[in-house]
Each structure stands twice: as C-alpha cells, then as structure tokens.
Write a protein that binds this ligand. Structure first.
Ligand SMILES: N[C@@H](Cc1ccc(O)cc1)C(=O)O
Length: 434
C-alpha cells in the first residue's frame, strides 16, 4: 500500500464535540458510560487503543472501521496506541461458529509484521500526539503459567466469564469451547491493564462483537487499579438488503492490494446501494456532515448520477491505496463501462481488470474473433458468435468490429498481451495472449 496524505483529513468543526460526531456517524453501538467518555474526550488528550489479531496475512474491511476510528480520535488530538496481537493471535479469539485452527508461531509472527505495517498507515507518528505501536507478545511471552494464574487469573470470576456473549453461545453449542479460547478474554483484559499502567491508556475501541473482551479489560482495571476506564463498541456494518457487507461474491475484501486489487476495491465501493451509501460515507470517509447530507440529497433527486457512490469510492480507495492507484482505478472503470480507452491503461491496471472478468488464455495464432467469443464464454457457440458479429454487437478494446471473419490485429494486443472483448453493451471479457 502506498502512503496516504493523512493531513488532508479533519474532524467536522460543526459538531459540539468529537463524541457527538462519532455518534452522528453511527460509530457507537455500545459503550461504557457515555457522559464520562464525552467528558474525558473533551477534557484533554487521552490515550486509547485498538488491537488487531493476526488471523490472516491482511486486514479487511471490518478492520477499516477501527482503523479510521483510531484516526478520527487522533485527529481530535488524542494519543493512539495500535496493538498487534502477537500473543492473542497464538490463542484465537473465540468465534460464534467454531473453534479456530491454531496457526504456527512462525506464521503468526509473519502476519503480525504485515498487520503492523497496515495499521501504521492510518496513524501519524509525528507531533505531540504521535501514535505508538505495541505487540502484546512483549508482555506475555515471558510470563509463566503460575504467574498468569496467580496474578491475573485470580481477578476473573468464571461465572462472569461464561456469561460473555460469544463464550455463552459456544458453551451451548455441540462443539463447546476449548480452555485455550475460553482464556482469550483474560489476555485481552490483561492488555488493557498493561497499557493503562504503562501509558495511562483509558479507552479501548473495537467492534461490538468485542464487547465481552472490552469489558474484560475495563473490569480488570477497575478491580486492580480502582480506575474507571472506558470502551466503545462500533456496530457491525450491514447492508440494507440483508446481504453481508464487505464481501464480493463470497470473498472478503482485503486491504492488501495484492489480495484485492485497487480496481476491485474501487468497484466494490462504487456498487454500494443507494440505501446504504450515506451510512457508508459517515463511517468510511472524513467528509463533513454538510458534504454527506448534500450527497444524500443528490442520491434522492438524481440517483442515476451516483455522485455519492463516486465520492465514497474515491475517498476510501484513496485512504487505503493512495491517490495514484485511485486515479488508475477510475480510468479503468471508465473503460470497463465503455466510456474510456483501454489502450490508455498501464499493464498492471489491465491485469487487475482481466482478473475480475471472464477470461480466456489463448495462443498468439488464435485470432478469430468468433473463436475468442466462444473461448471467453461471451457466446455460447460459433453460430451464436457469428450472428452477434453480423449484427455489429461486438467490440475489441471498445472499438466496434464487423464481419463474421474478423480477426485480431497485432495492434489489438495491449501491452503485447491483453484484449478486451465486449458483446452488446454489458458483457465484457478479457483475453490474454500467452
Ligand atoms: N480480539 C480482537 C483483537 C485484540 C487483541 C488484543 C487486544 O488487546 C485487543 C484486541 C479481535 O479479534 O479483533
């Protein structure tokens, strides 16, 4: 990922407080005492943290809500701590469904480093409230089992632990829950205590599904230190039509451009439903209330212009992949929708497009358009392909071709290997010549 210029973002000065803005953006689903949090945020810089577990080689869209919340609080003058879960990643936060498979220590350590880089991009490490990165393996790897049970475990009541939402669900499932995953909440609680002691950290943020773990920390700090610390749980993002947010054809949308290309990422946001786009702008961009309300009005009066979706896709893509990648993604989208030239795109961008389309690999001597229409699946048969060609419904790189025996020109091979074939207005496929 490239570096984003974070200095361009700011909180909206029209709100009475940062807390009010977070609520307007719909970022607070659940929290410890709201008034105390608002007061603490107003009283002066506080230190807060959010943790990320290495369960994969990249963070995904669910994490982006947290990354941007970290950023919003830092823009408000507060001191962020980004935590990577070098130890918690070895244990596994219980999921509702089933026990996790343990990953090797090497894999977890590798992923920790990849995540650390991703988290860092959303924080500023300069100025008075410079961010800090920590790894919870640093305060757990040397701890003995005896110390853990005597010093930490004594503060946890099993009765309380089994009432936590996800633990309760797992306990009542056929599969049950291992002692390992059951202990997870103690580790996360210990993190908060440690960060409270070390850095005076008084707020933890996370998804609302983290509520059990968040309160494990606030309760531990209260018990051991007699201090009131806070937690904010953000809502799970849902699509208004009931489909799952953050997936494209069942696949997760990753922040790593090698796992989800900036082009696919841009498309994902561009496809946001009218009914959801205002909510997404609130959560995933730094647009002001006024700007978002205006985009909401445009969505109502002129939905076909998709101004809100374009603003959303532009901004989120820029936040995650940088301005240059976004410009290329926009040019690529224009070409895909027949409003721009494929020949103007660079090789990498064409590769991203090809990866998202029906696709055929052919030899250099296979130049018959009829054959290519069939190979890519754009036409069901050679006779169907001939018919479409005769009707003038086929284009190569957005240029109409005609004649049943049309063939590819060497010039048609973009960057020596890509051809974009279109049938009708909407059906696009890629051919790579190997
Ligand atoms: N449990 C969090 C990650 C986390 C780990 C350690 C912490 O101290 C905080 C958060 C999650 O799965 O998303």
């Amino acid at each position: 990922m490239s570096t984003t210029d974070l200095s361009k973002q700011h909180n909206d000065p029209t709100f009475n407080s940062l807390w009010e803005e977070l609520n307007w953006r719909g970022l607070v689903q659940v929290s410890t005492d709201a008034q105390s949090i608002e007061d603490a945020l107003e009283a002066g810089p506080i230190t807060y943290y959010c943790g990320f577990d290495p369960t994969a080689a990249s963070l995904h869209l669910g994490h982006l809500v947290q990354l941007l919340l970290l950023r919003r609080l830092q823009l408000g003058g507060h001191n962020p701590i980004g935590l990577v879960g070098g130890s918690t990643g070895l244990i596994g936060d219980p999921r509702q469904t089933s026990e996790r498979v343990l990953n090797s220590r090497e894999t977890v350590a590798e992923w920790v480093e990849l995540l650390r880089e991703q988290v860092q991009r959303f924080l500023s490490f300069e100025g008075e409230n410079a961010a800090r990165m920590v790894n919870n393996l640093d305060w757990t790897s040397q701890m003995s089992a005896i110390d853990f049970l005597r010093d930490v475990g004594k503060n946890f009541r099993v009765g309380t632990m089994i009432k936590k939402d996800i633990v309760a669900k797992r306990l009542n499932s056929d599969e049950g829950i291992s002692y390992t995953e059951f202990s997870y909440q103690i580790l996360q609680g210990m993190d908060f205590l440690n960060l409270y002691r070390e850095y005076d950290c008084v707020l933890q943020t996370g998804g609302s599904d983290q509520w059990g773990n968040l309160t494990s920390g606030t309760e531990l700090v209260r018990k051991v230190e007699g201090a009131a610390v806070h937690a904010i749980g953000t809502p799970l993002i849902t699509n208004s039509d009931g489909t799952k947010f953050g997936k494209s054809e069942g696949n997760a949308i990753w922040l790593n451009p090698e796992l989800t290309s900036p082009y696919a990422f841009y498309q994902f946001w561009l496809n946001t439903a009218d009914a959801d786009v205002v909510d997404r702008l609130k959560v995933f961009t730094f647009r002001t209330r006024e700007e978002i309300e205006e985009l909401g009005r445009l969505t109502e009066t002129e939905p076909y212009r998709r101004e809100a979706q374009k603003a959303l896709a532009y901004e989120v893509n820029t936040l995650v992949h940088g301005e240059d990648a976004t410009r290329k993604a926009i040019a690529a989208s224009a070409a895909v929708f027949g409003k721009g030239q494929f020949s103007e795109l660079d090789e990498e961008t064409l590769g991203m497009i090809a990866a998202e389309l029906p696709h055929a690999e052919v030899d250099a001597d296979q130049t018959s358009i009829v054959d290519l229409l069939v190979a890519t699946g754009l036409s069901e048969s050679k006779s169907a392909a001939r018919r479409t060609l005769k009707e003038g419904g086929v284009s190569v790189n957005n240029h109409k071709v005609s004649g049943e025996d049309a063939t590819l020109d060497p010039d048609d091979l973009l960057h020596g290997r890509f051809v974009l074939l279109r049938r009708g207005k909407k059906n696009l496929a890629a051919v790579t010549v190997v």
